[in-house]
Design a protein around this ligand. Structure first.
Ligand code: BGC
Length: 760
């Protein structure tokens, strides 16, 4: 008790030297925090320091009795002894207050806990899954969505989210593509910044912001064959130019923490990877936040075949730069004796603990450990009308119009008989997507409910067929309905009577996410059969896709006149979809990931290399880079997305100010020649024709969201500087090389609107 009082005095004295840590002079603020950190560190025993590096999952029903035996009892005991620095999956003000109280009042030094949670796409008010939000290409909307998530999470006692996931991935088989921003490092970097800023705001100590975590460092999105947790083997160029950029962007945006990864990278597990964590992240990038392991990933270095046993795993992880052990129980078990036996230098422990304590100060937890635990605030912030309005806005913006032939869309608002078909159309759970651990089940607005808001049409609904059988849950395998077609006839009956048919098909919300890899990307179960059967009786179909990854929908792309990619859009899903179908929102989304024609094309990505044999030399010859049974093209390309209006591009011009001003200005005229006001994401791609390390055929290097009224025109301008013109060479250095470039500007990665320039 005496010591605790002393600690408080040290901390408060340090605090009083300046009224706030958020002065204009950031250096002064950080050195002030550093002093406070040092004063706490000087009071700690070795085991208390190691305790700060230990993170436990919520271990007992904290509102119930204290655990007497097993793992829960051990964790409880550790918590009381000051051997736990952070906990995850404790949520709600009351629960958090209870564990915080033990840390603050029952341990020797009373150091508060950081409370972590996977708030990946919302807390209670659920946003579109991150891949969907990426399709909005709208950084402000994405930032606001993260801001809502942060405000609700912070109001529920939590102060740290394990997001954003910034793993670039080119493989739709990997279930976690739903959690990222797709296949492109440039778009992914912009989105990483928007999300970090949304979560963290300007002031980490505010009660509506939380610490963010850039994950999974690094290479997790490149798991072989799209199988989760699988081996990753990538070369320097891909690592630096494709995988690292969103992490660099997150770091530059001030992300408070990093998480390492389950995968091995080129033979060394990311968790034990010194090159990644010490040389690159904490060395080259001078990162001063802390690195948390992924769940159990320190212990998983044993089955990886990298560590002999738990002791060896702890040794390797701390040397490599993993600061906090999530659920491996190994730091707390092994580090103390590793230090005593001179296997680990205590300086490594001090460095890790400093980083962790620094965040606790920045969050304001030393000043008030219960600052995130205000019941009144929880009630007023969580699930507020304002929050729902914000996620509705980003949900509408996330929808991508893939195809609209015969102007089937937008639907007329009256005098129409509409048949709505598909189990997902009435589903209130699936739109919540995979990472919605705090959401109420069945709390999303379904498409059926959304369309009922337009009562001047006659709306008939039939399920047709279930997508899954039985309960679905975050942790368990889903069972797909592969034979029950008993609902087909009812669906056909309403389709026959209808002017237009809206079919909502795709994936259950739990078909993507962690551990949800697939080898087949067709519409699951009997849904393809249902689609074809309905098409026979009424071909005026609008297909609305609900899914968490690109799917192979070749038959639909060929036969169905209108296709809307609506992903898993969160709490306001049905409202957003109905507003787009009825033209109250003109779709503006663009694909953040290529849609393959066949799983065999994967990895499929627009920014591929040219190869030495890119095109067919003469018809019939085989010696070029291609498939004998499939085209090289995607079904729908990266950046593709239509509008109810039409945009024309013309007059692409280049002003070459290199080397004088080290910039290239690119201008293009955009004209809205259709019948609706609308928004277009103007995309700029670069092709560096030859370089010391070969460059992709196209790389996104600029994007601009432009709103135009019908008939209106605008000149859009981009300025390319060394930041856009260079690349990382195979030593990891950023280089700008002389040579010839092509620049493409248009509405998708397939644009052929091109001009050329040279850097001399
Ligand atoms: C995931 C992480 C997540 C962690 C904590 C792991 O299984 O890979 O992304 O943050 O669990 O829930």
């Amino acid at each position: 008790m005496k010591l605790k009082l002393f600690l408080l005095i040290v901390v408060l004295t340090a605090c009083n030297q300046s009224s706030s840590i958020h002065t204009n002079d950031e250096n002064q603020a950080s050195s002030h925090i550093d002093r406070r950190v040092d004063s706490v560190l000087s009071l700690m025993t070795l085991s208390e320091k190691i305790g700060q590096m230990n993170q436990y999952n919520g271990f007992w029903d904290v509102t119930g009795p204290v655990p007497a035996e097993g793992d829960a009892a051990k964790k409880y005991d550790h918590l009381k002894k000051g051997l736990v620095g952070s906990m995850l999956n404790i949520k709600g003000v009351e629960e958090v207050r209870r564990v915080q109280k033990i840390a603050v009042e029952e341990t020797r030094l009373g150091i508060p806990l950081i409370i972590g949670f996977d708030c990946i796409h919302g807390y209670k008010t659920i946003s579109p899954i991150p891949l969907a939000e990426a399709a909005s290409w709208d950084m402000e909307a994405i930032r606001k969505s993260a801001e809502v998530a942060a405000a609700e999470t912070a109001a529920s006692g939590i102060n740290w989210t394990f997001a954003p996931m910034v793993d670039v991935s080119r493989d739709a088989r990997w279930g976690r593509v739903m959690e990222g921003a797709g296949e492109d490092p440039y778009l992914g970097s912009k989105i990483a910044v928007a999300r970090v800023k949304g979560f963290q705001g300007e002031d980490l100590s505010a009660t509506n912001t939380i610490a963010a975590c850039a994950k999974h460092f690094a290479g997790y999105g490149f798991s072989e064959s799209g199988k989760d947790y699988n081996t990753v083997d990538v070369g320097t160029s891909t690592l630096y130019n494709t995988i690292f950029p969103p992490f660099i962007a997150a770091k530059e945006a001030g992300v408070a923490t990093f998480m390492n990864a389950f995968n091995e990278l080129n033979g060394v597990p990311a968790t034990g990877n010194k090159f990644l964590q010490r040389d690159v992240l904490k060395g080259d990038w001078d990162y001063n936040g802390f690195v948390v392991s992924d769940w159990g990933s320190i212990a998983e270095m044993i089955p990886h075949g990298y560590a002999e046993n738990g002791r060896d795993a702890a040794l390797k992880a701390i040397h490599a730069g993993s600061d906090m052990d999530m659920e491996s129980y190994l730091y707390v078990a092994e580090l103390e004796s590793l230090v005593e036996n001179k296997k680990v230098d205590v300086a490594l422990i001090d460095d890790a603990v400093r980083r962790i304590l620094k965040l606790k100060f920045e969050l304001g937890l030393f000043d008030d450990p219960y600052k995130y635990c205000d019941l009144e605030r929880e009630k007023s912030v969580v699930n507020s009308k304002e929050n729902h309005d914000i996620v509705l806005d980003v949900a509408r913006k996330s929808i991508v119009l893939l195809k609209n032939e015969g102007q089937l869309l937008p639907l007329k608002k009256e005098g129409q008989k509409i048949a709505l078909i598909g189990a997902l159309a009435a589903d209130k759970n699936s739109p919540l997507g995979s990472w919605r651990l705090a959401a109420e089940d069945n709390s999303a607005i379904s498409v059926l409910e959304g369309m009922q808001r337009y009562p001047a049409n006659e709306l008939m609904y039939a399920k047709g067929a279930d997508v899954t059988i039985g309960e679905t849950a975050f942790i368990s395998e889903v069972t797909i309905n592969t034979n029950d077609k008993s609902g087909f006839q009812e669906a056909l009956n309403i389709a026959k009577k209808a002017d237009k048919v809206v079919m909502v098909l795709g994936e259950n919300g739990f078909q993507t996410g962690e551990g949800r890899s697939l080898a087949n990307l067709d519409l699951p179960g009997v849904q393809q059969e249902l689609l074809e059967a309905v098409f026979k009786v009424n071909p005026n179909i609008v297909l609305v896709l609900n899914n968490g990854r690109p799917l192979t929908i070749n038959w639909a792309a060929e036969h169905i006149p209108a296709i809307v990619e609506a992903w898993h859009l969160g709490s306001e899903s049905g409202h957003a979809i109905a507003q787009v179908l009825y033209g109250d929102y003109n779709p503006s989304g663009k694909l953040p990931m290529s849609f393959p024609k066949s799983v065999g094309q994967i990895p499929l990505y627009y920014n591929h290399k040219n190869t030495g044999r890119p095109s067919i030399p003469e018809p019939g010859l085989v010696f070029w880079s291609h498939y004998g049974d499939e085209s090289n093209d995607p079904l729908y390309a990266f950046g593709h997305g239509l509008s109810y209006t039409h945009f024309d591009y013309s007059n692409l011009q280049i002003e070459n100010n290199y080397p004088s001003k080290k910039s290239i200005t690119v201008k293009v005229d955009l004209h809205n020649s259709g019948n609706y006001d609308g928004k277009e994401v103007v995309q700029l791609y670069l092709h560096d024709l030859f370089a010391s390390v070969t460059r992709p055929v196209k790389e996104l290097k600029g994007l601009e969201m432009v709103s135009l009224a019908k008939g209106e025109s605008k000149t859009v301008e981009f300025v390319l500087t060394d930041k856009e013109l260079g690349f990382f060479d195979n030593e990891g250095a950023w280089v700008i090389e002389e040579g010839k470039f092509e620049v493409f500007v248009g509405g998708s990665s397939q644009t052929t609107n091109m001009a050329a320039f040279e850097i001399k």
